[in-house]
Each structure stands twice: as C-alpha cells, then as structure tokens.
Design a protein around this ligand. Sequence first.
Ligand code: FMN
Length: 419
Amino acid sequence: MTGTPEPQNENLTLLGRRVLLGITGSIAAYKSAFLARELIKRGAEVRIVMTPSAIEFITPLTLSTLTGKPVHSDFTENKDSGEWTNHVELGLWGDLFLTAPCTAATLSAFANGTCSNLLQAVFLSARCPVMVAPAMDLDMFTNEATLVNLKTLGERGVSVIEPASGALASGLEGKGRMEEPEAIADFVEDFFKIGMPLAGKKVVVTAGPTEEPIDAVRYLGNRSTGKMGFELAARLANLGASVTLIAGPVKLDTPPRVSKRIDVMTAKEMYEVTMEVWPEMDAGIACAAVADMRPVNPASSKLHRGDLTDEIMLENTPDILLEMGVRKSASQVLMGFALETDSVEESLKSAEGKLERKNLDFIVMNTLADEGAGFSHDTNKVTVLQKVNIHTETRIFELKSKREVAHDLIDMLSTLLIS
Ligand SMILES: Cc1cc2nc3c(=O)[nH]c(=O)nc-3n(C[C@H](O)[C@H](O)[C@H](O)COP(=O)(O)O)c2cc1C
C-alpha cells in the first residue's frame, strides 16, 4: 500500500501550508493524484474536494489514501443520518484553494457565482487566495466564453495557472493541457515564498513599438519586440499588482494575471490611452519604443509608385514619458527606458539628462554598444539610474535574460512602491 508519503528532509518548502485541492471532471484528473503527492512531499497538508463529475475520472479512495484524509464531494456525507459537509469550514481551512484540473464548466460556475455543487460552494465561501489550473480541449480553451470567464476571474484576483501546449486527449495539438503537477507545485511554492507584496497596487506598463502610417499599407516603425515590457508586466502581476498593459503591435500573448491589455498602433493612440489611465495608477513603466516622429498627413489609401515623393514630411509625436512626468503626483512612481546606441559613457550622460528633464524616479538605460542588449535578443544588459533626493544613484547590471532583468527592475520599483 502506498499511503501518505512521509514529508522528508530539507525540501519541505510547503511545511505548514494547508492546500485545499479541488478536482473537476477532466481527463487530467488522474494528474491530481500526482499533484496531491507532490504537495504533500513538499510538506503541505492537503484536503480534497471533488465535483460529482470528477468521481467518474478518479476514485475518492485513491485520493483519500494518498492524503490520509476523507475526500469531500457532496453536501451531505450520510443521507440517512443527515450528516453534512460544512463548505464554509472547508473554505476557511485552506491557506490556498487550488482547483486542478479546472474544467470549462467549473470555470464558468466560478465566474458566474453558481452554487450547484460542494466545490462551487467552497469557492464562494473561500477567504484564502484562489488558483485554478484549467484543463480542456484547445477549442474550448480559446472559446470566447472561456476567455471571458478567465478574464473575469483574473480581475477578481483568482490566479490562473496557464495550461501548457501539446498533445490533447481529443487527439488535437495545442494549448489546453493541464500544467504538469511538479510545475503547479512550483507555482504554489513561489506563491507562498514571495507572497503578493504588490497586491492592491496599480501599475501601467507600455510595451512594444509604435507604427506611424505613411499611407494605408506603409509605416515608420522600429524593431522593438515588446518582450521586455511583457516580462515586466508578468513579474508585476505575479507579485499581485493590478497591471494595465498598453501594447504596440507585437506578437506576444498577454502574460497570465495581467488585469487589462490595451492594444494600440500609433504613438498618438498610446499617448491617449496612457494619459487616460495614468491618474489612477500607483506606478508607471514606460518601456515602449515610441516613434519620436510621424509622417504629416498620411494618405488614407495606398500611394502608387508615381505618387511617392522623394521626401516624407515628418512632425513630432507627443512625448508620453515627458507628459507622465509632468502629471505625476507626489505618490506616483515613474520608470522610463532609454535605448541608446552611443558608448556607455555618452549614453549615461544622455540618460541622466532624461531622468531630470522628464521628472522620473528611475531610468533604465541600455545601449546597443553592449552585445546582447536591446530589441532583438532574449537578453538585456541595463544600467539603472535612480533619483534619490538631489542625487542620482547608478546600478550597473550584468547581461541577463529579460525575465531576470524584469525581476531586478521590479525589485527596485517595489522599494518605492511599498515604502
Ligand atoms: C472523457 C471526458 C473527458 C473530459 N475532459 C474534459 C476536460 O479536460 N475539460 C473540460 O472542461 N471538460 C471535460 N469534459 C467535460 C466535463 O466532464 C463536463 O463538462 C462536466 O460537466 C464537468 O463538470 P465539473 O466541472 O462539475 O466537474 C470531459 C468529459 C468526458 C466524458
């Protein structure tokens, strides 16, 4: 007999944590047995609530044997005696309520406040943080209804552990497979380790390039991919911030838990949207590579060879970062980016001027003179200038992945945002 795995050694990263594990009627329910074991192995105490459908996929006996605790699936434990399961007590017991796998049906119930089974009642009464790990077929996952439900839950503070891509039980290939138990356990571990220090903070992040039309098909643009800004948004969201991501034309998926994404094309559109949201924000990160100039009077149809002139008349675009700095309140924190192409010394001088002129708290400088920095890489090498009273403090970072750079930058931003 297998029984409850004994928590062993120093890897008890979840020691003392109570995880209420919800299981729903997905083919991925068999993975919940591995997930329960993995959480227990890391020291967590696990109690399980199943939907009636989930019992078709995995038996309560397996799960109660693994957890060493009775598994709950019905409001009434014993119909003859009238004994019932106290869903409110279950909802209060957990430090975390994690439903994995979470079907499309249960996502919908959670998003709409439906209360037609024990698991749904526990969701409604849970006071602890809630996570869901969706599992479903590709088309179910990308259906507008599911996406709206996920968005609603995200906006209400539910953490979504994004499904992975790969072969699905339906025989299709794509996104929808429940994340692997170890990866989910890692996510849970991170959650308890770092907590949500930015919960309640609102941050706007601009990312990507802008495209300034010359005519109906041509534009002036730049090579920004948006990766740096999206990594910053992802990190902020993982730390609990409510993130509004304003993105130029990029080919990137919205990071999980980002509250709102607004797609724009031109500098003017980015300016207007940013100015609209900026007054409500606690912090802003202007990471987008915004065009400084745009063609005057772009043609509304395609210009033909003979219509094109030797010169394109340009005019200035609105300076988003400058205007954010002008409108910045005493409590708001503002981080800008400066991409330079000159030597490090020249670039630093120019960045310092921008820090002052644009009323920023931080400016993140990178120069294409450094190998591995800038647009087309997954890495970046940054130097951060911070205004501290009348001084400027400079921190030079090594070449790192953009994800690691995002961690460094958000750590710095957080020192002002939390203080
Ligand atoms: C073999 C089989 C596999 C299923 N797998 C999934 C799945 O992975 N995701 C999903 O959303 N629904 C899946 N369903 C449909 C759900 O079981 C169904 O919507 C059910 O009502 C879910 O109820 P629950 O969310 O209360 O557990 C599957 C159904 C069958 C018969």
